[in-house]
Structure formats: structure tokens, C-alpha cells
Design a protein around this ligand. Structure first.
Ligand code: ADP
Length: 302
């Protein structure tokens, strides 16, 4: 079905990205809650290119991919509607700690989602990171924000200007750009490994405060040893799986198939990890942290 603004009731803001906001909306005709993302103004020629490119999203239907409902334009701005994920992004849920069986399930979902995009739609994600992994209270883990449209990316001003780079060493060095900017799947595998470390440790593994500037931080990614999952909380299998994603040489990184067939994820196939329970606990923790932060900001009464 096609969607337009008149059919939408705007609800609360869900978050802010680099360029603008994501709002919760209700699609009145179907009574479906959605998340709506807005882009900036564009020239008409580009709008048509985007419409054509977005068409592929209607085919991106898989259990590990956030569903796309449609996009529309108002005064040359693109509005993009997708499945509402009621537990938000993974970066904000990892604070409560992520036990190994939960980490394995998250990893399995991410790999299956990435493999589906590549094998069935010939799409490389290009922006794998915990903020782009969404969760719902049913315990489902889904990917969003993949590089389906060059024009849309530009419209949403997707730039890696944040202080957390998930870019693979070869991307930072610019090697894989010789070839008309070819981006290979293996660069996504690096970002996947780095995301697993961040989720497992509860923080980004190259913290900006450790480096005097962004250049030093990027140098550490390119020349330093890759980070590892902590020995005290994760098994040898989990640590090896992540290490296979984080090989500095892209040719030596594991493929999606190898990652799915690795003992870490083979074990997950028969694991009865309670994801609903984990999401519930993670949300409670997130709410407690938010409350503490709000209290700290309120001036003490005199
Ligand atoms: P970024 O630009 O950092 O990738 P986004 O603009 O994609 O961030 O999203 C900003 C925030 O909005 C996310 O961190 C997430 O918490 C929330 N969000 C995005 N998409 C959805 C969705 N489909 N359902 C629920 N929350 C979402």
C-alpha cells in the first residue's frame, strides 16, 4: 500500500540521528504503529532516483530485516516509514550486560540478515553498528539502515562523522575505493565483529577519550591489534568467532556461511535462550539509568 502524511498521526520522538529525527507514527487506515524518518530537501531529479531505488526495499522481507512500509515526499523532503521496533536500538540496551547465549542469538540474527541482503538482493549493508540493530519486546533482532540507495544516503546525509568508527581498516586506508568505490562484504564483517565487541563489553572498543584526536583513534584501528571479547565473561568459541570477523586482512575474514557454521552459532541453533526476558531486563535497566540521569540534572531543593 502507499502511504502519505494525511494518514499518519504523529506520536513521540524515538531518537535523533546525525541529520534529523525518527518519530513514532500511527498509520490510521491500518492502525499500524510505524517509525518515520525524515530526510532533507532534494532536487526533483534525485527524488525520482530515490523512488526507483527504494523499490528494492519492498522485496527486503526477512525475519532479520526491519520491514519497509513506504516513502513519500513533501516539498522535496523524503519521509521514510518502517516497522516500529518497540525496544529501540541495541546500543541503548547493552548496558545491562549481554550474556553469551544472548550475544550468540544477536550474532546469528545479524549474520542471517546480512547474508539475506547479499544473497537475495545483492545489497551490502555498509553501516553495520549497534545503532542500526533494532529490537522489539518479542525478542526479535532486526537490521535497518542499509545502503540500498546512494541518493537516499546522500539525502539523509549519512556520513561517518561520529566519533565511533565501525569502518574496516582497509576502508579507513581507502584501499577498497580504488575500484570505483567498491565496497566488499568483508568490510561489513569487520563492522559486525566490532559491534559484537561493543555489545559484549557494553562500550565502544576504541573509546574517543583514550585518544588525543580522531587521527590517533583511526591509526589504532588500522595499525593496532584488533580488540577481543573479554576472557572472563566469554567462551573460547565466542572469542574465536569474533576474532574471525576482526582479522585485519579482509581476505582472511570469515564469510557469512563460515560464521553461521562456526560452533558458536551452531550451538545457538538449539539454544532456548529467553530473548523476551533479556529485552525486558535490558529495558528496565535503561529506564533506571535514564531516571538516575534525570535526577542528577534536577537541582536539589533548598
Ligand atoms: P543513526 O543516524 O544514528 O543511525 P537513526 O536516525 O537511524 O540513527 O535513528 C535514531 C534513533 O531512533 C535510533 O537510535 C533508535 O533508537 C530510533 N529508531 C530508529 N528507527 C527506529 C524504528 N524503526 N523503531 C524504533 N526506534 C527507531
Amino acid at each position: 500500500f502507499s502511504i502519505n502524511m494525511d494518514q499518519l498521526q504523529l506520536d513521540e520522538e524515538l531518537g535523533r540521528g546525525n541529520y534529523g529525527t525518527v518519530k513514532k507514527v500511527l498509520h490510521k487506515p491500518t492502525n499500524v504503529a510505524m517509525a518515520m524518518k525524515a530526510g532533507r530537501e532534494l532536487e526533483d531529479a534525485k527524488l525520482n532516483a530515490i523512488i526507483m531505488e527504494l523499490d528494492v526495499l519492498h522485496r527486503a522481507v526477512a525475519p532479520e530485516i526491519v520491514e519497509f512500509y513506504g516513502a513519500f515526499f513533501i516539498e522535496s523532503c523524503v519521509y521514510y516509514c518502517m516497522e516500529y521496533m518497540d525496544a529501540g536500538s541495541l546500543d541503548k540496551l547493552q548496558g545491562a550486560g549481554v550474556p553469551e547465549d544472548v550475544l550468540a542469538r544477536i550474532a546469528a540474527c545479524m549474520v542471517r540478515g546480512l547474508k539475506f541482503l547479499k544473497d537475495d538482493l545483492n545489497i551490502i549493508h555498509r553501516d553495520v553498528k549497534p545503532t542500526n540493530v533494532l529490537v522489539n519486546k518479542k525478542g526479535e533482532i532486526k537490521l535497518c539502515d542499509f545502503g540500498v540507495s546512494g541518493e537516499l544516503d546522500k539525502s539523509l546525509a549519512k556520513t561517518n562523522i561520529g566519533c565511533q568508527s565501525y569502518m574496516a581498516p582497509e576502508r579507513i586506508k581507502g584501499e577498497s575505493q580504488n575500484n570505483l568505490g567498491t565496497y566488499t562484504v568483508s568490510s561489513d564483517v569487520w563492522s559486525l565483529g566490532l559491534s559484537m565487541i561493543e555489545i559484549g563489553m557494553g562500550k565502544y572498543p576504541y573509546p574517543p577519550e583514550t585518544y588525543s584526536n580522531v587521527f590517533a583513534q583511526l591509526t589504532a584501528i588500522v595499525h593496532g591489534d584488533p580488540p577481543e571479547l573479554p576472557e572472563d565473561s566469554y567462551s573460547e568459541e565466542a572469542r574465536d568467532w569474533v576474532a574471525q570477523c576482526l582479522r585485519k586482512d579482509p581476505e582472511r575474514r570469515a564469510t557469512y556461511k563460515e560464521l553461521l557454521d562456526h560452533p558458536f552459532l551452531v550451538r545457538d541453533r538449539t539454544s532456548n535462550v529467553d530473548m523476551v526476558k533479556w529485552v525486558e531486563k535490558a529495558l528496565e535497566h535503561k529506564a533506571a539509568v535514564a531516571l538516575a540521569a534525570a535526577k542528577a540534572q534536577t537541582p536539589q531543593s533548598v
